[in-house]
Design a protein around this ligand. Structure first.
Ligand SMILES: [Zn+2]
Length: 682
């Protein structure tokens, strides 16, 4: 565990745009940075990063937070792991404090798997460079493929030999746990004996890196020509490796993909490596599989332009065409380059200079729809039945294009190429889109039914429900994606007001309330006090305690923390308070506070005040008003409950109870009227 002073030191050093910039390509826009949001299917840059405030917010999906929560969400790190990551990035030494056993176990396991894969990568590289068999077979193979020593090192290539030079022998001898070697997919257990053996042997090894450069998996290629041996063996899915979310070479390529605003996609490991060696560094491979949505989104964080390079072999091209509609649907523009028939990207990169490669790509790049049309037009020229199928196939692709302008251009292009009327092409495309949308709608409806409504989280059904519930109060997962299960909503009606009062604490707690004459409802003159004090006093006066756990926790933690702060400008003090509440280990609370301070739309009272005066000038109006509204709502609830009890008492003829209840109702109504009157005066 990391002590608070170190946490502060780390957070002081962090520049959020640098942290997020390692994963998302950001462009400066005014005082902020803009980029594609990695948390939803972002078509236009919706992620805004404020370096001065140290926060990010996506205006499309609502995800927001600081550098730490970005890392937690994006890299699936725990709170402590995220801090460690930042400490490493900013060269800050960590002072340790004791961790709970559970924290240690979780961190150790994930970290251990990465340590084991890192160890394995070094082991395979060591075998490649420093053993007879490695040099004779592995290294000479790579050199035959004209990989330079520098390239071999840059991609961390290695060689997996067979006994006695096995990974499991060495790793077990050095004290690595069998459990981790198996969980990382490096070793397998022999049935019966439980003895370990290596997954990779007699193969050259290509390590697969995560986007942040850690080794998460391996691909092993055999050099044997024996047909009974699989050409490639790859790491299985594991806790650290999700094949559908990884792209080979993304770590080495990400910066130049962003810089050149284009991602070149090839098929295999060797293609990526040869292109890099030739100087074309914005290249990645999907390693044999067709692209997944997750891989496309990974690319989309850096660019919206994909160029796919195919070998000249026509059958392969046609097979590969199938996955592309998915890319179009994600709103990326797709271009295709066909290499000369005798080449693949690997051989082509080796036999041409960097300038030649770039020129070839530029001259032969064809947009996907034209490419597909030309290819299929040729083969269907004399066959009218096949021709109709081909047109349908191409229009299916056209209908996947997200941009309407581009889509219309393609409609015209296809109509011309296939000698069709534009109207009928257009009608067909619309039909495809309608069908797809209907399909999506029914899928979404199904999902909605699965995620039962938040009402079930509200356990006071008689409470009237406000039209707009804050996302973090909706049951299960809020819109922010954060689980709220730890904080059940006890009263949705009051939650809106409790949230609002918390908003004033977090944003303005230490600001002074300057009451102007006759503005305050009391007869006594009011001395100047802080917003937080005012709120606490007003609630204490009536013995009120927040009923919703989330806001009560925030309220209860606020005052002890505020008490520890030295007096300085309110703005500076609020910054410390925001930091305290957004970097705690209670992730749910962190997210709720982020949502509060990033609130775009106004809260209940704020709206009209804000249009007249800056928010901090209006505090003397808005804070008492919020408190009054809160009290009014509680009173209204009590009135409703009492009325109900009166009906019951009337029915059962309990006259004594009835009398008490009626006088209580009268009192409540008086209070209600007083509160309403005061509200109107503010
Ligand atoms: Zn988003």
């Amino acid at each position: 565990m990391i002590d608070r002073a170190t946490v502060d030191k780390i957070l002081d050093a962090v520049r959020i745009e640098e942290v997020i910039g390692d994963f998302v390509s950001l462009r400066k826009r005014g005082a902020n940075y803009l980029g594609l949001c990695p948390f939803h299917q972002d078509k236009n840059p919706s992620l805004s990063v404020s370096s001065t405030k140290g926060i990010f917010k996506c205006f499309a999906c609502g995800k927001a937070g600081g550098a730490v929560s970005f890392l937690m969400e994006h890299e699936h790190l725990t709170y402590t792991e995220a801090l460690r990551y930042l400490a490493k990035k900013y060269h800050i030494e960590i002072v340790e404090k004791e961790e709970t056993a559970e924290e240690i176990a979780h961190r150790m396991r994930y970290e251990s798997l990465l340590v084991v894969t890192d160890y394995a990568q070094k082991f395979y590289a060591d075998v490649l460079w420093n053993t007879e068999v490695g040099k004779a077979i592995g290294l000479s193979y790579f050199r035959e493929r004209k990989f330079s020593d520098e390239t071999i090192r840059k991609f961390g290539l290695g060689y997996a030999a067979s006994r006695p030079l096995t990974l499991c022998n060495k790793a077990l001898k050095e004290g690595y746990k069998p459990e981790y070697l198996v969980a990382a997919g490096l070793c397998l257990e022999r049935e019966g004996t439980g003895e370990l053996y290596d997954r990779f042997f007699d193969r050259v090894i290509f390590p697969i890196h995560s986007i942040s450069g850690r080794v998460i998996a391996f691909g092993g290629r055999t050099l044997k020509t024996d047909k009974s041996v699989a050409k490639y063996v790859n790491s299985p899915q594991s806790e650290i490796y999700d094949k559908s979310r990884s792209l080979y070479g993304i770590f080495q390529a990400k910066n130049s993909i962003a810089k050149e605003d284009k991602c070149i996609l090839v098929e295999g490991y060797a293609d990526v490596i040869s292109m890099h060696q030739a100087g074309v560094t914005n290249v990645v491979a999907s390693s044999g599989t067709s692209l997944t949505v997750e891989q496309i989104r990974l690319i989309k964080r850096f660019t919206e332009k994909i160029t796919i390079i195919y070998d000249g072999d026509a059958a392969g091209v046609k097979a590969a065409l199938r996955g592309i509609d998915l890319v179009l649907e994600e709103g990326l523009s797709v271009k295709v380059v066909l290499l000369p028939p005798e080449d693949d990207p690997d051989t082509f990169a080796k036999s041409h200079s960097l300038i030649e490669i770039r020129e070839y790509i530029e001259e032969n790049e064809k947009d996907f729809i034209s490419f597909k049309s030309d290819l299929l037009l040729e083969e269907s020229e004399r066959d009218p039945v096949r021709r109709a199928q081909v047109i349908g196939d191409i229009l299916q692709s056209v209908s996947a294009v997200a941009d309407p302008i581009l889509r219309n251009i393609y409609v015209e292009l296809v109509a011309e190429k296939f000698d069709q009327k534009i109207d009928s092409v257009l009608a067909k495309v619309s039909e495809f889109r309608r069908k797809k949308k209907a399909l999506e709608r029914s899928r979404r409806r199904f999902e909605d039914q699965q995620n039962q409504g938040w009402q079930q989280a509200v356990d006071r059904p008689e409470a009237p429900l406000p039209d707009e519930m804050p996302a973090d109060l909706q049951g299960g997962e809020g819109e922010s994606g954060m689980p709220t299960a730890g904080y059940p909503v006890r009263d949705a009606y009051l939650a809106v007001m409790e949230r609002e009062l918390c908003y004033y604490l977090i944003k303005f707690g230490t600001y002074p309330l300057h009451f102007e004459k006759d503005m305050y409802y009391g007869a006594e003159p009011v001395e100047e006090m802080m917003v937080s004090q005012y709120i606490r006093n007003s609630l204490d006066d009536d013995g009120l305690v927040f009923v919703n756990d989330l806001y009560r926790t925030l309220f209860d933690r606020y005052f002890p923390f505020e008490a520890t702060l030295a007096r300085e400008e309110p703005e500076a003090m609020q910054q410390r308070i925001v930091r305290y509440f957004t970097t705690s280990e209670d992730e749910i609370l962190n997210q709720a506070v982020f949502d509060l301070i990033l609130e775009e739309h106004a809260l209940t009272v704020k709206t009209y005040e804000e249009s007249i005066t800056p928010e901090d000038q209006a505090l003397a109006r808005t804070v008492p008003k919020s408190v009054l509204l809160y009290k009014l709502r509680i009173t209204e609830q009590q009135c409703a409950a009492t009325t109900k009890q009166i009906t019951l008492a009337q029915r059962s003829g309990e006259t004594d109870t009835l009398r008490d209840l009626v006088s209580r109702l009268q009192l409540l109504n008086t209070v209600k009227n007083r509160l309403s009157k005061e509200l109107n005066r503010l």
